[in-house]
Design a protein around this ligand. Structure first.
Ligand code: SF4
Length: 409
């Protein structure tokens, strides 16, 4: 039984908004976001990146709207985009109004940057009239100076207060089609801020650790913050902020939801043993080769690469398909049962071939079609290896003998 999703705390109730066709909050699936790194005025380049992001699992994509060329670009990008587009507004109210004119499905306002109440209310009124939601995107690094001073820094309370004040302006003009983010680059601050935001607001929350940095540290920071909150039932949409190709952000967001059981797996889940002194092959090399070859198939199966035939098939018996190495041969297995023995240099090829067959025929049919002599061959390999390498490294048989002799005495 898959206990992953049910092991998480129940999702905290939030109201639901629509970013174009994507629902955010309430019982809507948790969505993944990312942001383009191209100049938005470069329409073809930006669209190419948006398609790549959508292919990697992004449900919503944000583009900066920082000048007239960007706003005009958005007018051409929005109708051709496969996913809703959110315009990121920093300092200029006219850019927010221009993005709305371009037809974007959402806006992101940073309360620390766009500060004049009359401008904030003007944008909120326009968004209200057009039915376009706004994210109040508070960022610890660009907090309004007055709030920073009042709270003595970018504390969780200060971040939530910034969102509350912005929301109050919106509500003055009868607009509450809002999601909120309270991002910080400190994971601890971000977690505390979102916990507080979740108690304070019933609007959907957009999770993220801002400026998390390059891989792999950025991934760790993003995951530490976002996964902790998701496990507590907090969060309706998320973005990894990585100093990397944004496709990595979309991949990370999708994969995080998949491993938490919050999104159905779309592609390969490759597991591999960490390798140890018993390994018969270079597990890292084979796992990397298998990852590349199998990812191209886009088959939603779990595949195991194990370093030895003695423990491998048993340890990975939950995998749909796997290979374990031993005595210059690979034991190909499905759910722990050996189906074929192949030469070592054909291990990756055999995995790919079998994965393709599983995708068409299913696991049961492939188990039924197994080579009936494979199990005996595999058992012989295991026996040989145990003889060579010693199956009783802890000398437990010897110890048991001694215990028995003592008791008999
Ligand atoms: S499967 Fe074999 S090689 Fe891999 S970690 Fe386990 S014992 Fe070591």
């Amino acid at each position: 039984m898959d206990v992953t999703a049910s092991a998480l705390s129940p999702r905290r109730p939030t109201r639901q908004i629509s970013v174009g066709a994507v629902k955010v909050g309430g019982d809507a699936p948790i969505s993944v976001q990312s942001m383009t790194t191209t100049k938005t005025g470069n329409v073809e380049g930006t669209l190419q990146q948006i398609y790549a992001l959508a292919g990697a699992g992004a449900d919503i994509v944000r583009c900066t709207c920082n000048d007239q060329a960007a706003a005009e670009g958005l007018a051409q990008i929005v109708p051709r985009s496969p996913v809703p587009i959110v315009a990121d507004i920093h300092f200029h109210v006219e850019m927010a109004l221009a993005a709305l004119e371009a037809g974007v499905q959402g806006l992101r306002l940073n309360p620390g940057n766009l500060r004049k109440p009359e401008e904030i209310k003007l944008v909120a009124s326009e968004a209200r009239d057009r039915g376009v939601p706004i994210r109040i995107g508070v960022n610890a690094g660009s907090l309004h100076p007055a709030i920073y001073e009042k709270f003595g820094g970018a504390t969780p309370e200060a971040l939530v207060e910034s969102a509350r004040l912005e929301l109050a302006y919106f509500e003055e003009v009868g607009f509450s089609d809002v999601k909120i983010s309270v991002k910080a680059s400190s994971v601890a601050t971000m977690i505390a801020a979102y916990r507080l935001a979740s108690e304070t607001f019933d609007h959907p929350l957009h999770l993220g650790v801002t400026e998390a940095g390059p891989l792999p540290g950025g991934l760790l920071k993003g995951t530490a913050g976002i996964a902790t909150l998701l496990a507590e039932g907090i969060g309706d949409t998320l973005r990894y902020s990585l100093t990397a190709d944004p496709v990595e952000e979309a991949n990370a967001g999708r994969q995080l939801l998949e491993v938490l059981g919050l999104r159905e797996r779309k592609g390969l889940d490759l597991i591999a043993c960490p390798s140890c002194g018993r390994a018969e092959v270079d597990v890292i090399k084979i796992a990397n080769e298998a990852q590349i070859a199998l990812s191209a198939l886009d088959v939603p199966i779990q595949v195991a690469v194990m370093g030895c035939v003695v423990n491998g098939p048993g340890e990975a018996r939950h995998a749909d398909l796997g290979i374990a190495a031993g005595k210059k041969r690979g034991h190909l297995f499905i759910q722990g049962q050996i189906i074929r023995v192949v030469p070592e240099d054909e291990m990756v090829e055999a995995l790919v071939e079998e994965a393709k067959k599983i995708a068409v025929e299913g696991v049961e049919a492939r188990l039924a079609a197994r080579d009936r002599s494979a199990e005996a061959e595999a058992a012989a390999d295991r026996a040989l290896l145990l003889d060579d390498r010693g199956g009783d490294a802890n000398h437990d048989g010897e110890r048991i003998e001694k215990i028995r002799r003592r008791i008999a005495d």
